[in-house]
Design a protein around this ligand. Structure first.
Ligand code: NDP
Length: 248
């Protein structure tokens, strides 16, 4: 028993990529999962139908994490419909990669708004529920570049470093209410986000990964599911690298 059975989990950016893998993993571990996404891909309904098991199924809700009021309303609706929110995974994220001298204010603002303020919005919306029920698991998807930086990703790296600071601060604030808050920091994962990289950029990543390969989304999802489980009840404020050894 992992302690995830019958828990209610919200996964932002759950429509595709790592988010979708997290949805599957939490569902397989026994949670009821509500995927939040700005736009769901056309194949989402057939995917959701395919992974439904017994009485457990995936629900979806159109939510833009940058919309503060919309996030609060969506979390309130989810809590009303399903009884509560036990697990929150902040996975929604975007990139607008450019070297600093070419980076526009808009590139900076939108990345910080989705990746960092989006997580603030969802955490704020669930915090009262989790504090009141004296239990909860919040997992934020950061990145290795939030720890080590990356040329061409000043905005993205700052947002992911910000998530680590947010995680540690909220872990201290909510620890007394038995709510754990942790980060998972993936390295190079095979998703649509990294399909935008050039072959040279991909090759450069592989040279600094001791395991010499990209990770599968499922390998990130497994760690998220562990942190959401009762096996991780005494872990909070941590950053778990899932990066093939890139940062050590
Ligand atoms: P994808 O681009 O494949 O998926 C990102 C998801 O986030 C999409 O479903 C997207 O929805 C959603 N999203 C974007 N903006 C919003 C928004 N405003 N509100 C709600 N949902 C939104 O990325 P990955 O699966 O690769 O990445 C998932 C997370 O993992 C991100 O936070 C990313 O930064 C992080 N990460 C990824 C790594 C990698 O190598 N892939 C490495 C390290 C970290 P839509 O389709 O509507 O845009």
């Amino acid at each position: 028993m992992t302690g995830i059975q019958n828990k209610i989990a919200v996964v932002t950016g759950g429509g595709r990529g790592i988010g979708r893998a997290i949805v599957v993993e939490l569902l397989n571990d026994g949670a009821t999962v509500i995927a939040y996404d700005k736009v769901f891909p056309d194949d989402f309904d057939s995917f959701a139908a395919g992974c439904a098991k017994e009485e457990k199924k995936v629900f979806k809700k159109v939510v833009d994490v940058t919309d503060t009021d919309g996030v609060q309303k969506s979390i309130d609706e989810t809590a009303k419909e399903f009884g509560t929110v036990d697990i929150l995974v902040n996975n929604a994220g975007i990139t607008r990669d450019r070297l600093l001298l070419r980076m526009t204010e808009e590139d900076w603002d939108i990345v910080l708004k989705v990746n960092l303020k989006g997580a603030f919005n969802t955490i704020k919306a669930v915090a009262r529920i989790m504090a009141k029920q004296r239990s909860g698991k919040i997992i934020n998807i950061s990145s290795v570049v939030g720890v080590m930086g990356n040329a061409g990703q000043a905005n993205y790296s700052a947002s992911k470093a910000g998530l680590i600071g947010l995680t540690k601060s909220i872990a201290k604030e909510l620890g007394g209410r038995n709510v754990t808050v942790n980060c998972v920091a993936p390295g190079f994962v095979d998703t649509e986000m990294t399909h935008q990289l050039t072959d040279e950029q991909k090759a450069a990543f592989l040279t600094v990964i001791p395991l010499k390969r990209a990770s599968k989304p499922e390998e990130v999802a497994g760690v998220v599911s562990f942190l959401a489980s009762s096996k991780a009840d005494y872990i909070t404020g941590q950053v778990i690298m899932v990066d093939g050894g890139m940062v050590m």
